[in-house]
Ligand binder design. Structure first.
Ligand code: PEP
Length: 258
């Protein structure tokens, strides 16, 4: 049985003060509840300590949105996996479509970053997904296959415990347009099959594959209730406590319905 994961990606929003307030508001709503899954927030680097303090004792774990592809040294402006570990981070998002598109990040970097995250005992959330042009041209499945093949077989020690996948169709990110349940289930099943070929059937069966792309309280239950969808990576809706917790509630209902 795979535990769901709902992870909020705050992107370039919320400094330490506003981050603390949001974490406190989320924590307050989840405090004392026994959840059937895991809840993570991924603030900007500088907000992580304040968020950590505000979330103390609440069922909210800490994540980061990126890390350096080097362990240490003369890499101006970077933050290492070891530094993230030191401030209490447990999950690190790698390969988000915005890192691919705006910063030109490559498979080689994703492999190095994920290995560094794993070496610190943290979990990586590896994102992939097709752009609209690929979908329209009927090559969504092939694109996703290439994205997974470019990274997964090269990882040093990936398993169902330290790796989470996030299928994020780029056309659904921040657009308000969500993948239909049919598309989401089909792409998740496809991704799990490829993962089975690359990392083995056991790993694929136990590994969590999140859906990301305009997930909201109103569609979370249906999406996260799909057989191969194990949670959500949430952008816009993670910036409001009510919406984010509404998605957690949807995941809870889906988990108890199973
Ligand atoms: C994301 O950027 O990972 C994401 C899913 O964003 P949104 O929820 O805003 O579509």
């Amino acid at each position: 049985m795979r535990r769901y994961l709902v992870a909020g990606n705050w992107k370039l929003n919320l400094g330490p003060r506003a981050g603390r307030d949001l974490a406190a508001a989320v924590g307050e709503r989840l405090r004392g509840r026994t959840l059937h899954g895991d809840v993570v927030v991924c603030p900007p680097f500088v907000s992580i300590p304040a968020v950590s303090e505000a979330a103390q004792g609440d069922p909210v774990m800490l994540g980061a949105q990126n890390c350096a592809d080097q362990a240490a040294g003369a890499y101006t402006g970077e933050v290492s996996a070891a530094m993230l570990k030191e401030v209490g981070v447990q999950y690190v998002i790698i390969g988000h479509s915005e890192r691919r598109e705006y910063y030109g990040e490559t498979d080689d970097q994703f492999v190095r970053k994920i290995d560094l995250v794993h070496a610190q005992g943290m979990k990586a959330i590896f994102c992939f997904g097709e752009v609209l042009e690929d979908r329209k041209a009927g090559r969504a499945e092939a694109v996703v296959q290439a994205q997974l093949e470019g990274v997964l077989p090269r990882l040093e020690s990936a398993n169902a415990y330290n790796l989470v996948l996030a299928y994020e169709p780029v056309w659904a990110i921040g657009t308000g347009e969500t993948a239909t349940p049919e598309i989401a289930q089909q792409m998740h099943a496809h991704s799990r099959k490829i993962t089975a070929d690359l990392l083995g059937a056991d790993t694929a069966a136990n590994l969590r594959i999140l859906y990301g792309g305009s997930c909201k309280p109103g569609n979370a239950r249906e999406l996260i209730g799909l057989p191969d969808v194990d949670g959500g990576l949430i952008g816009g809706a993670s910036l409001k406590a009510e919406d984010f917790v509404g998605i957690v509630d949807g995941a809870e209902t889906a988990a108890t319905d199973r």
